[in-house]
Design a binder for this molecule. Sequence first.
Ligand code: WT7
Length: 654
Amino acid sequence: MAAIESVLKENRVFEPSEAFQSTANVSGMAAYNALCEKANQDYEGFWGDLAQEMITWKKPFTQVLDESNAPFYKWFADGDLNISYNCLDRHLADKANKTAIIYEKDDGSSENITYQQLYERVCQFANGLKSLGVGKGDRVIIYMPMVPDAVVAMQACARIGAIHSVVFGGFSAGAVKDRVQDAAAKIIITANESVRGGKSAPLKVTVDEALKDGDCPSIEKVIVFARTDKEVAFDAARDIWWHDLIANQASECEPEWMNAEDTLFVLYTSGSTGKPKGVQHSIAGYLLGAMLSLKWVFDHKPDDVFWCTADVGWITGHTYIAYGPLAWGATQIVFEGVPTYPNAGRFWEGVEKHKVTTFYTAPTAIRSLIKLGADLPNQYDLSSLRLLGSVGEPINPEAWMWYYETVGRSECPIVDTWWQTETGSNMIAPLPGAVAIKPGSCTLPLPGIMVDIVDESGASVDQSNGGFLVIKRPFPSLLRTVWGDDERFKSTYFPEELGGNLYLAGDSAHRDENGYVWIMGRIDDVLNVSGHRLGTMEIESALVANPLVAEAAVVGKPHDVKGEAVVAFVILKGDRPEGEDAKRIAQELKSWVAHEIGKIAQPDDIRFGDNLPKTRSGKIMRRLLRTLAKGEEITADTSTLENPQVLEQLKQSV
Ligand code: WT7
């Protein structure tokens, strides 16, 4: 990959400025090293102290880490708390009138919501959920636009002990159905439609499609938020408007006191198989990870205006919108729109308008904005910014330098944060007042996160050699299991081949002479398209479900904005199509995938062949397909191929 190539040649280093260091929450390498040292000396004491300091407990814990049933680790297991209490109630004494959320609407208007108002909205909605019989342990699907009410819905579930599972609003009916069924959810919260980039998406229609033919018998009610005045079909027995549900509800709701290890949410993510897995997080450990990373990595201060541009459908939106900033009593932006609407200055206009101090986005967004107007940030007053963040994929040094110089005026540190849905919060990222940054590296692990790079046997590799990225000790915000599938949890994340006690992240990485980590990419069949995880098997399953398709193989190819693009090699049941036929069928299959999974999974490039390149034993040679996808010449030995003649066919994009 070109990006990886340039990352490998990178050698610039940016030390924290004195100005930044002088106010930083963790200032200087000595302070960083001291934290690491404390974690090394007394791992449980380190985490226990932090959990006591940051979380308000209903009943304090007496045990920090329980490893008796590894790898099913428990943290703070005899403590009781409520995360919504930690995000709302505890701020009311001194921050009731502080702005919690600045709702930046798609149309450019905005609305402020104070902590008192947010508290009342959450309580009312929580009472509404209770009136429908939702309680502790019930699963609730949230399929909402990026509006503050999505956060309200998540917080309300957490308040009454229900487990939420947010499904990104861009996913299809099929994806909603799969998740409802896997989680056996009782309720879906949705909206009549979403509005984004000036376009609307029919969320309620999609939910109706997911629920049709009695496919989801676990669902009792569908709550519909009226984002616009658009009318939608209503099933009087099943559907209820959000505003009707809360109409007579009290604006106080006693939180359900939960055990630290009770499940907070399940969030589905792609893996190596055709079926997304439900990553299951528990309450206290997750909250600690969210709070700690905001303090250390984002150097959070009470006067900050925090803007994470993610959608709550992804883990970034969970941790750095729905929970972390609220747990700190921060002011944050909830952005409904897209970076390019009405123009590519949208982010910078928002920064100027709301005096944003801390801005967190993805490399793919940065690359698309550079393309649309590298000079645009200069038209805005961005002097409020003091810290920039990046997440989702390695950031190529060119994009990094632009972000640093043009957006950050060469004054704001960039925190390149490596983490995953499974880790719940940042794992490897600079503490910006301490760790010098290098474009393209996520630098050093947070104190207490014991990262290593190992070979196939689980042994540490020599410095500068690449290998599998692992985490050697359990940490509080790690997923607890895969929903309903403990075996999959064990074999995916704590594989026996590596000894069974290392958390295998699924990324390859190497370290440089300063111990800095450089992420190289996934080791499994997971693609990273615009910072989103997509399983190749998932897309293949969708393709072969089409009546025309006999067989399909999906790989990624480098893409200058998306990072990776989806390429599908397809074998039809009939003859290999040519000319106009091929074009028409390719278009049909693209729409099919968008309909089966969501638009983000739609292949950019479809190629038809009489067969896939296979070894004599019938194994698809994916390495060859990746070479073909990139349009490179095949230099590998193809003599073991059963059918080398298909390579010529598969070179051609439709
Ligand atoms: C995968 C996790 C974490 C929230 C967003 C994605 C890649 C993520 C970085 C980074 C290099 C990164 C990894 C990881 N990734 N952040 N800063 N540098 N790679 O969460 O969907 O669970 O995906 O995204 O490959 O394994 P996710």
